[in-house]
Design a protein around this ligand. Structure first.
Ligand SMILES: [Zn+2]
Length: 164
C-alpha cells in the first residue's frame, strides 16, 4: 500500500523499520527501535508510524521516573504533560507560582526535591487529573488544627472506618 508524499506530491512514500530518535517527545534521547518510518525519496518528508502511543508514553514516563538524579527541565515537562496537566495545573498542585514551573521546564532553575518526588509519585501511581481529587489538597488550610480523629473497626476482611 503506497501513497504519494503529502508534502511534495512528487513521489511515493517508502516504508521501512528504523531506529528512530524520538525528539517529538520533547526529550532528547528517546530511541525507538524497529518502528515504521515512511519517507519521501524526493523531498525528505517523513512520517512516523506509532502504534499504541499511550502505552509508549507510559513506558517512557516510567523509565524517566526511575532516573537516579534530579529531573531535567524537559523531563519535568514530559511527565507533567503525561499526567495531562497544564503548567498552571502543575503549579497549583505543587503549590508554586506558574513562573516557577516554567523556570524548571526551561532549565533556568532546578526543580525542588519535594516537587520532583511528587511528580514521580503521581506518574508511578498512574494518577490523572480526572481520577485524583488533588483539587481538595490545594484547599488545605495552613492554620494549626489538632490531629484528626479516625475511628476504625475490625471487620471480617480487614478494617473499616466508622462514624464518630
Ligand atoms: Zn515529498
Amino acid at each position: 500500500m503506497s501513497k504519494k508524499c503529502r508534502t511534495c506530491g512528487k513521489a511515493e512514500m517508502t516504508s521501512r523499520a528504523e531506529t528512530y530518535l524520538y525528539t517529538e517527545s520533547g526529550l532528547p534521547n528517546i530511541v525507538l527501535v524497529s518502528v515504521e518510518v515512511r519517507r519521501c525519496p524526493s523531498c525528505g518528508h517523513h512520517e512516523l508510524v506509532l502504534p499504541r502511543v499511550a502505552e509508549l508514553h507510559r513506558t517512557i514516563a516510567h523509565a524517566v521516573i526511575r532516573k537516579r538524579a534530579r529531573l531535567s527541565g524537559p523531563e519535568v515537562r514530559f511527565l507533567r504533560k503525561y499526567l495531562g496537566w497544564s503548567g498552571a495545573d502543575f503549579a497549583r498542585h505543587v503549590g508554586v507560582d506558574p513562573s516557577t514551573v516554567s523556570n524548571w521546564e526551561n532549565d533556568k532553575d532546578p526543580i525542588g526535591p519535594a516537587s520532583d518526588r511528587l511528580l514521580r509519585l503521581m506518574v508511578a501511581h498512574g494518577a490523572t487529573v480526572d481520577d485524583y481529587s488533588l483539587e481538595e489538597l490545594t484547599k488545605i488550610e495552613n492554620e494549626r488544627q489538632p490531629p484528626i480523629e479516625v475511628r476504625v473497626s475490625p471487620k471480617a476482611r480487614g478494617w473499616e472506618q466508622v462514624a464518630a
